[in-house]
Design a protein around this ligand. Structure first.
Ligand code: FMN
Length: 139
């Protein structure tokens, strides 16, 4: 069977969506979903899950990402390969704090491979970091 990857992201203003699409273009076999449209019951069909979120409040998860996080941590994901990416702004105290929240949970519960934090809108100069991130999911 093919190695199946889901990229599941939440974006309000488009920065995280653009990053998700850039990651998706480097992993053409991956399936891209908004968090609100991904059915977690299909997770057993995947070998890898890549989660993307922006950060809200003071280093917090936005509500939709928090709901996804709470459901995900209840699931049997010990053998699932995972990665987390996010966008944020470095002038906040907790840059991409939402990525750190997912990282800590996924490190404990799953096979976390890598994380990636990007300042607001992804730039061409970030490409090498994206390539390193995605290379870990190339089978
Ligand atoms: C009210 C508010 C709070 C924010 N808090 C943080 C924060 O604590 N840490 C951070 O890194 N970015 C923070 N941000 C910045 C956003 O995470 C950043 O602009 C992100 O790229 C937005 O992603 P999106 O365009 O996908 O929605 C905050 C933005 C707003 C409007």
């Amino acid at each position: 069977m093919n190695y199946r990857i889901a990229i599941v992201y939440h974006s309000a203003g488009g920065n995280t969506k653009a990053l998700a699409e850039a990651i998706g273009s480097l992993l053409p076999e991956a399936e891209l979903y908004r968090m609100s449209e991904f059915d977690l019951r299909t997770l057993p069909n995947y070998d890898a899950l890549i989660v993307g979120t922006y950060t809200w409040g003071n280093g917090e998860l936005p509500a939709k990402s928090a709901a996804f996080y709470e459901q995900l941590e209840q699931l049997p994901i010990a053998s699932l390969k995972t990665g987390v990416f996010g966008t944020g702004e470095t002038n906040y105290n907790h840059f991409c704090g939402a990525v750190d929240h997912f990282r800590d949970m996924l490190f404990a519960k799953s096979q976390l491979l890598v994380t990636l934090k990007i300042e607001q809108m992804y730039q061409d100069s970030d490409l090498s970091r994206l390539q390193k991130f995605t290379s870990l999911f190339q089978n």
